[in-house]
Design a protein around this ligand. Structure first.
Ligand code: SAJ
Length: 424
């Protein structure tokens, strides 16, 4: 242990995963360098400032930067370990864009020396570690698995709970050979309190993709149930609640769609180039079609010329992240219709969406003169909405709750007409 702490670890890419990972490692005692091409991130990091919203992260970064354990760099340096935590965006044709992974591997390849270890944390299609990163590193002239070591150690943390889950969750480490996996396991043992399982790199890649695919497919099933329930005249949320009392059933929650950079993307990486994976592809398409389904329901309720007020824009509650947000897709679809829109979100910044003018800061101003209020995201803050005040502002008392979140009894007393996604 003490030997590892004397070594240096470089984390390449200081985003949602890289920065928390770098900080947790630094806090565990190893010297950490954080590399990013964005000079602004580095400048802020070196004065202990964080540009990402994640509970507990600013405090931790301040602590490790002040202790001299974490330093930002914008030119690659020699190091003993390298973690690649760069984005893996998705192309228009649903294939993975590995440009950042390749350029990170190239810059590591320029400084790598005998005995060094490289770890891919970014979620990537099967084979990326061994077939793409491996050959790039070997351009250094060093033999993979003998002189330099390589493994995939997928991140599995939930945005909003990253610091806690980094330490507590179990980890899978897939090496290009056993020695690579063992070396990486020894490194992560510095801070991981969960169990660490060792396998080969491709199995680890598939595991990570399959975890998010499992969730996406199950949400599609819940969304299909929501649509069927509306036809059958039952309440999908009640069906799910009671069905889940069965010890081996775990139906997920219906929603206006699936967002974020994980569930909406990873299933495509899993089936990339195979011409197989029908349930996976169908599920993706079902989840992607939900914003359009919700749009049709809204228009049936209030018709054209109406004012629609949408509460919640992020891809899930209590965060500011709008990547792949189904509510933004809903907004785009509604913008093509003859309706007036006003948008509200307590976390999302005006400048981060393509139509800042539609955003209204005060929630009561946002619902002013609305013909329908659509609850798009169940932010905890929305529990405190004063609906008596809202009822005095709106033009018509219509609410569409896409998350089964609002207190229906209270709203009924105020004369609201409530529509629930998944109930006819
Ligand atoms: N959602 C539903 N119904 C549900 C659960 C979620 O519609 O029953 C929707 C949410 O509203 C959201 C989307 O799914 O739009 C994704 O949210 P999430 O909370 O399920 O997951 P992410 O994308 O924030 O994080 C996932 C996590 N994966 C799993 O739980 C299997 C996390 O552990 C991963 O580390 C992360 O992806 C990642 O980076 O891959």
């Amino acid at each position: 242990m003490s030997l590892i702490k004397d070594k240096t670890l470089t984390v390449v890419g200081l985003g949602y995963i890289g920065l928390p990972t770098a900080s947790v490692f630094a806090n565990a005692g190893i010297n950490v360098l954080g590399f990013d091409l964005n000079e602004n991130i580095i400048k802020n990091l070196n004065i202990g400032e964080v540009l990402i919203e994640e509970p507990g992260l600013p405090e931790l970064v301040k602590k490790v930067v002040r202790a001299g354990k974490l330093k930002g760099i914008s030119k690659m340096e020699e190091s003993d370990y390298f973690i690649i935590a760069v984005p893996t965006p998705i192309n228009e044709d649903k294939t993975a864009n590995l440009d950042y992974v390749k350029s990170a591997s190239k810059s590591i390849g320029e400084v790598i020396k005998k005995g060094d270890t490289v770890i891919l944390e970014s979620t990537s299609p099967p084979g990326t570690t061994e077939d793409i990163i491996g050959p790039i590193l070997e351009e250094s002239g060093l033999k993979l698995g003998e002189e330099i070591f390589l493994a995939h150690s997928p991140e599995r943390v939930l945005p909003g709970k990253i610091i806690n889950e980094l330490t507590k969750n179990d980890r899978i480490i897939g090496g290009v050979n056993q020695e690579s996996a063992e070396k990486v396991k020894e490194l992560y043992e510095l801070f991981v309190e969960g169990r660490i399982f060792i396998t080969d790199s491709k199995t680890a890649e598939v595991c990570k993709l399959m975890e998010n695919t499992y969730r996406d497919v199950n949400i599609a099933l819940a969304n299909e149930l929501a649509i069927l329930s509306e036809n059958m005249g039952v309440n999908a949320w009640e069906v799910i609640e009671f069905a889940n009392k069965h010890p081996r059933v775990n139906i997920h929650q219906p929603s206006p769609g699936v967002g974020g950079h994980c569930l909406a993307v990873d299933p495509w990486f899993l089936i990339e180039g195979q011409g197989e994976g029908k349930i996976i592809e169908l599920s993706r398409n079902i989840n992607d079609s939900m914003p359009s389904y919700v749009k049709d329901r809204i228009l049936k309720l209030v018709g054209s010329g109406s004012k629609i007020s949408i509460l919640g824009l992020s891809y899930k509650p209590n965060i500011d992240d709008t990547r792949e947000s189904p509510i933004l897709k809903l907004v785009e679809l509604l913008k093509e219709e003859d309706v007036e829109l006003s948008l509200h979100d307590p976390f999302v910044k005006k400048q981060s969406i393509p139509y800042p003018d539609l955003m209204v800061e005060d929630i009561y101003d946002a619902v002013d003169n609305a013909d329908i209020i659509v609850l798009g995201v169940n932010h905890t803050q929305y529990e405190d909405i004063d609906f008596t005040r809202v009822s005095e502002k709106v033009a018509r008392k219509n609410i569409f709750d896409t998350r089964n979140f609002l207190d229906e009894e209270e709203l009924k007393k105020l004369g609201f007409n409530i529509t629930l996604l998944g109930r006819s």
